[in-house]
Write a new protein. Structure first.
Length: 440
């Protein structure tokens, strides 16, 4: 039997503790599968004394992630500290510079420094594996990095934040408030340390930027993403969407267009009868459209200790199974020097359908005025409905909902601006993009 694979784990929070437990409890099974034992020989965590339900007394404790990565006698450094900057960044660099393989779940780190780290890994002959960084337990990195090689990809999109999907699902199904759903997601260990990263869409953006690079071979451009979170989505939007045959999901979408690559994260209407609309709770889904394979949709647990630990474990097992010298998968799917510059497509040129919800004064001519602005901007409508509230002499505000056929975003923005200028709106207009699966 080959020597044990010696791993050092930095970070023993929800994911780190789950990983350590699985490695200890399934040691024999993993030894058989990988052809060698996997041993936790070093760890570091903020709190040494916490009971994590696993005996780590055989591992050496280090004070910092940097010390562990820089000096421990390990084959693999497992980074579960999180965050784009130090200590995670410095520690991962230190490990790669020593020729040590790195497994990380840190999407923020890869979004910010992925190309630099990929270069370092190539230079020193180390592997940089990060399956857990995107869509939790779904093997989307492997699919894009290895399985789909040779395909030309046209669009990648998906539900990549378990917290947001959990909130939107609970709001719809249980009628709970946004705040109550978020609290529950935090309690269950789905949310980021700062949950603003989840609900404002940054977490999805980090993940999307990694998928964009793998799909289109361009440099990571996490700061060049059109971003809208879910904080403005109301129960009224969710109900109106359902009435019109849609469900609202926070999607990350990367798409090749004639003017560049669109990277966008925003609340999105998806047709109720599509598979992605049925993806509920903390579950994630990623769809990849490519020319040879066609449409691939992967659905699975997107956050939480075990789901994320499962992906980390798969990355570690890949290293345990590989032979020295045969470890050649480039971190970003192709050599870092072969990555092309990223060219951003303007969101105003986005072409698609739109849901527009307007709260208006209840008086004659409003409906006609709205329809007129749509026509002026050459926007063709799929439906327009007035959700009639009780009509009163004093004119209680009414809700008008429009669903457009595919049109240019610029036209929608101009039409909405003109409507706002007419003076009959009683609240801020809500505009939500519609995304259709290829097969829908
Ligand atoms: N906060 C993230 C989520 C964790 O809710 O999906 C997984 O990356």
């Amino acid at each position: 039997m080959a020597d044990a694979l010696k791993i050092g784990i930095a970070g023993l929070g929800t994911v780190g503790a789950s990983l350590a437990k699985i490695l200890v409890e399934r040691r024999d099974m993993l030894t058989t599968t990988c052809g060698r034992p996997i041993e936790i020989v070093a760890v570091t965590a903020r709190d040494r004394s916490r009971d994590r339900g696993v005996d780590l007394s055989g591992a050496a404790w280090f004070d910092t992630a940097a010390a562990l990565a820089g000096t421990a006698d390990i084959d693999v450094f497992v980074e579960l500290v999180g965050g784009a900057g130090d200590p995670a960044h410095a520690a991962v660099k230190a490990a790669l510079e020593r020729g040590i393989h790195v497994v990380t779940a840190n999407k923020a780190l890869l979004a910010a420094h992925g190309v630099e780290l990929a270069r370092l890994a190539e230079k020193h002959g180390s592997l940089l594996n990060y399956e857990a960084a995107v869509a939790g337990g779904i093997p989307v990195i492997k699919a894009l990095r290895e399985s789909l090689t040779g395909n030309t990809i046209s669009r990648v999109y998906g539900i990549m934040n378990g917290t947001c999907n959990y909130i939107l699902t609970k709001m719809e199904k249980e009628g709970l408030t946004f705040g109550a759903c978020l609290k529950e997601a935090q309690r269950l260990g789905y949310a980021e340390a700062d949950p603003a990263f989840d609900i404002e869409g940054n977490d999805t953006a980090h993940k999307l930027s990694i998928l964009t690079t793998l799909a289109f071979g361009t440099k990571i451009a996490a700061d060049d993403i059109y971003l809208e979170g879910i904080t403005n989505i109301t129960i009224e939007d969710i109900r109106a969407a359902a009435d019109l045959g849609y469900r609202i999901k926070l999607l990350g979408v990367a798409q090749k267009t004639d003017t560049g690559i669109e990277q966008r994260v925003h609340p999105t209407m998806v047709p109720l009868d599509s598979v992605i609309a049925q993806v509920d709770g903390v579950t994630n889904a990623v769809a990849i459209e490519s020319d040879i394979l066609g449409e691939l949709l992967m659905v699975g647990p997107g956050a939480g200790g075990n789901a994320t630990a499962s992906a980390v474990l798969g990355d570690i097992a890949d290293i345990a199974k590989s032979r020295p010298g045969a470890q050649t998968v480039p971190a970003l799917g192709r050599p870092a020097s072969a990555l092309a510059p990223y060219r951003r497509a303007q969101i105003r040129k986005h072409h698609g359908g739109y849901f527009i919800r307007l709260s208006v004064e209840d008086r004659a001519g409003v409906f006609a005025g709205i329809a007129g602005h749509m026509a002026e901007n050459h926007i063709s409508l799929e439906s327009i409905v007035q959700r009639s509230k009780h009509h009163t002499e004093t004119g209680e505000p009414q809700t008008i909902i429009l669903v457009t056929h595919a049109t240019m975003e610029d036209a929608v923005r101009k039409a909405v601006k003109s409507i706002e200028g007419d003076g009959y709106l009683t609240g801020k207009p809500q505009v939500i993009r519609i995304e259709r699966p290829k097969s829908a």
